[in-house]
Design a protein. Sequence first.
Length: 290
Amino acid sequence: MPATLNYVSTASVTVGNVAPVATSATLVGNYNTNSEIVLTEGTTTPIAVTGTITDANGCVDLNHVTVAVYRNGTTCTSAGNADNTNCYFETISHATIIADSANCSGGTDTTYTLSGGNPTVSTFNLQYYAIPGSTSTAWKVTITPYDGSGGGDVGTANSSSGIALDSTTALEVTSSITYGSVANGANSTGDHKATVTNTGNIAIDYNLSGADLTCTILGSIPKGDEQYATSSFSYGDGTALSGTPTLVAANIAAQTTGTPVTADSYWQTTVPNGVNGTCSGDVTFAAVAH
């Protein structure tokens, strides 16, 4: 019987690179079934991003991913554009992606998921002074993948539809109004200030109203005996405090940097005869849109 000869031939193929594609991107609001973003006055509000990126060469082949949350019509393409008012920008590194085994498990996994529940990759803390917008100026997210095998070349980005970021009209008053010691039948002197801080994201005026100042020993000071103005004045030249909200056209701008925007209100009072003790009463400052 003739011998059987076996020949082994080696087959090989070089796998071509396929650029990654962001197949979905969603900006998740925090109000009304996620269709709006409502900020919290004076602090940050967490906003989630969800999305998926597909890389046929494996999710571990991603070089990095950028996530831009921005007001439509503004430039938000790099960390240099980030300003807390119109643009928030984050780069998710290769090391972060491969360490995130819940969303990129390695092996044959070709999809990297931004789940909205991982604060290291998919949550942005929007400042209270982020600029409001809707329709053509609504807020969006753009997710852009960059290829590992392609030497960091950009893949196909995906942008979400826009959602409204609502206006927030708010203020804080950081100082009490202290007139000091004033004799019966006399007027206060000097500057007595209450500082108003805009803690919303649009310019504001405010309404003022108040109550009588009740004294601890005898009587009370009528609220109308308190006067106010937006600059230094002497008693008799200000506006009398009323129990009915009265507009003060302060036009306090919204913050755009790390420095709060404030405006001082100035106060004077007169003390009638027939009162004694320490007299106190509420003054209400209520923010209104300018």
